[in-house]
Design a protein around this ligand. Structure first.
Ligand SMILES: Nc1nc2c(ncn2[C@@H]2O[C@H](COP(=O)(O)OP(=O)(O)OP(=O)(O)O)[C@@H](O)[C@H]2O)c(=O)[nH]1
Ligand SMILES: [Mg+2]
Length: 235
């Protein structure tokens, strides 16, 4: 029997990449720095956003796109901080995609925004496959999840610019070896940065906030015409 080829998945990813590239053009025209924040459920993504907004909202315009299967809990948490937030419900879908971001962007006023953070659906697998048009991918892993996660779910650790190891206040109560996380993620992603943080106590936030501020500064220069946008990569 003749072999039937099924190019469906590749077609979906190619179509998504086109939409992501349109999003990226929109971000670069506006000079906005955009990050795609990914982790498993409950690692602390929304807590990170709350603390980051507290620290930076006086110095820059921030907006948030929240992705969840159901509910608007996370967008409500962000709106309480006084910044624009739009919730995407994927109705069971396990990741955000470029089209969802295009629709969400129509609900945001980007004119005063310097930093747009997209909180992806909690999942260590599928979000890693779909570009949204972001400039940088951030992966968060909490110490309660175990230090073997980079070995078991390599792609999401391979493609991120920054790995945030969260909940370090819980280290005395876990068997997590942060040195092992650093070592295995370094093997997967030699150029990636690793910041150890606690969204509960604020420990370790300095390097994370400095990194964000530096990136926002670079993109403000793009808006002012003093720099060219970075090339979009395939991940
Ligand atoms: N001890 C401790 N708890 C934390 C820390 N960060 C977040 N939490 C708690 O972890 C739980 C989940 O935090 P969220 O910020 O909602 O996690 P999330 O990744 O946004 O979750 P989903 O959106 O459902 O994927 C909450 O009860 C937080 O208070 C931390 O650094 N230390
Ligand atoms: Mg959340």
């Amino acid at each position: 029997m003749a072999q039937i080829k099924v190019p469906v998945v590749r077609n979906i990813l190619q179509a998504n990449d086109r939409l992501a590239s349109e999003n990226r053009n929109r971000f670069d025209e506006a000079g906005i720095f955009v990050v795609n924040l990914m982790s498993s459920p409950g690692a602390g993504k929304t807590s990170l956003l709350e603390k980051t907004i507290d620290a930076l909202a006086a110095r820059m315009g921030i907006a948030v796109i929240e992705g969840d299967l159901q509910s608007s809990c996370d967008a409500e948490r962000i709106q309480k901080k006084g910044v624009q937030a739009v919730q995407i419900n994927t109705d069971g879908g396990c990741h955000l995609d470029g089209n969802m971001i295009q629709i969400a962007l129509d609900s945001l006023d980007l004119s005063q925004v310097d930093l747009l953070i997209i909180e992806n659906v909690g999942n260590l697998v599928c979000p890693a496959e779909f570009n949204l048009g972001e400039h940088e991918k951030i992966t968060m892993l909490s110490v309660a999840e175990g230090d073997d996660k980079p070995i078991k779910y390599p792609l999401i650790f391979q493609i991120c610019s920054v790995l945030l190891v969260n909940k370090i206040d819980l280290l005395p109560y876990t068997d997590c070896d942060v040195a092992k996380i650093r070592q295995t993620s370094k093997q997967l992603n030699p150029a990636g940065k690793v910041f150890e943080i606690s969204c509960r106590t604020g420990e370790g936030f300095g390097p994370w906030l400095s990194w964000i501020e530096e990136k926002v500064g670079e993109h403000r220069k793009i808006r002012a015409g003093a720099a060219v946008p970075p090339q979009a990569d395939s991940h």
